[in-house]
Ligand binder design. Structure first.
Ligand code: UT7
Length: 333
């Protein structure tokens, strides 16, 4: 019988592109019919980062991973598994995780991508945690890396103002202490609502007629209002469920909540409904917008480095997005 281990969160890292894009740029440079005031009051976003020339999910993910490995006190040679969550891979093949493996100089360990949109990091974390808990990997590198701004339609004011680029990473390590690290992970999906958030690919079954250069095949499309309602409902459910999980595990409660960074109004509505104290919630969407699979690990890394959470704290990570997917993880630091 396999002796289960704990999956401790041993290190974190993040990487944001240098280029800051304030709200005004959509009006002044892109001539979009929007305002800084609308974007700030309807979303909470003030600015976001855009990947520049030479930057990609793989390069941002590599930088975040390097920092996570360093903060874990390890070297790339110690890593036994690489899982990268992304819906904006550099290539359809090979996986972004392979590119990161090569850039870091890791051993010939398993490396693969997971596509679960904004829930991707928590899906990847569940895989990393299972490898570590069963002893199949001693140190698992789990990354969320995205360059979603390369998929948005800059003439669509409903969506293009929401997104930013970036990457976050964690190292999970096996520990005999079963009460440390990842305690519970809950993952859900509902493919019947797939049309609410889509980024078509070049291998779509229904390519429109016409020359490829005129086809706006891979632009993201979202139904913002419907996603808003879905996000609030699911975030409320996930918080309530995590509270019950925490009680069952004998934890004193949830010390810090790190939600997917989509829209301040979604977070506020969920907090109001669950009466979760706002001062225990980590929010950085004002600086980075929605970075999809990267949003939770970036916020986690920043929160740890800023002392917003400390060893012994129980942190609730919550995410939701395309699929539709929704997910949570309770982690004791
Ligand atoms: O992570 C998953 C992906 N994320 C999402 O799908 C985002 C979730 N949804 C949201 O964050 C919000 O629904 C939005 C920010 C997208 C939209 O906010 P809203 O309060 O739900 O606005 P709305 O869609 O109800 O639109 C209200 C009005 C509309 O004008 P009319 O029809 O009332 O004349 C929109 O055309 O706001 C208009 N509008 C804008 N106006 C100025 C939409 N985007 C903009 C904009 N600037 N950027």
């Amino acid at each position: 019988m396999t002796q289960l281990l704990g999956a401790a969160l041993r290190g974190t890292g993040s990487c944001l592109p240098a280029r800051v894009v304030p709200n005004d740029e959509f009006t002044e440079v892109l001539n979009l019919d929007t305002t800084d005031e609308w974007i700030r009051t309807r979303t909470g976003i003030r600015e976001r980062r855009f990947a520049g020339s030479g930057e990609s999910s793989a390069t941002l993910g590599t930088d975040a991973a390097r920092k996570a490995i360093e903060s874990a006190g390890l070297t790339p040679a110690d890593i036994d598994l690489i899982v990268c969550a992304t819906v904006t891979p550099d290539l359809m093949c090979p996986a972004t995780a392979n590119l990161i493996q090569a850039a870091l100089g890791c051993r010939h360990v398993p490396a693969f991508d997971i596509a679960a949109a904004c829930s991707g990091f928590l899906y990847a974390l569940s895989v990393g945690a299972q490898y570590v808990r069963t002893g199949a990997a001693k140190h698992a590198l789990v990354i969320g890396a995205e360059v979603l701004t390369r998929t948005v339609d800059f003439t669509d004011r409903n969506s293009c103002i929401l997104f930013g680029d970036g990457a976050g990473a964690v190292v999970l390590s096996g520990t005999p202490v079963l009460t440390a690290g990842v305690r519970t992970i809950r993952l859900y999906s509902d493919g019947s609502r797939q049309e609410l958030i889509q980024v078509p690919s070049r291998v779509t079954p229904n390519p429109p007629p016409g020359p490829p250069q005129l086809q706006r095949l891979d632009y993201m499309r979202i139904s913002g209002r419907e996603v808003f309602r879905f996000a609030v409902t699911r975030m409320v459910e996930l918080i309530e469920q995590a509270r019950a999980d925490a009680r069952e595990l004998g934890l004193s409660g949830i010390d810090v909540l790190i939600p997917h960074q989509v829209n301040q109004r979604i977070i506020d509505a969920a907090l109001e409904s669950t009466e979760f104290p706002a001062d225990r919630v980590v929010v950085n969407l004002d600086k980075y917008g929605n970075t999809s699979a990267a949003s939770v690990p970036i916020a986690l890394d920043e929160a740890l480095r800023a002392g917003r959470c400390k060893p012994g704290d129980t942190v609730l990570l919550v995410a939701f997005g395309g699929g539709l997917t929704w997910s949570s993880a309770l982690v004791t630091l």
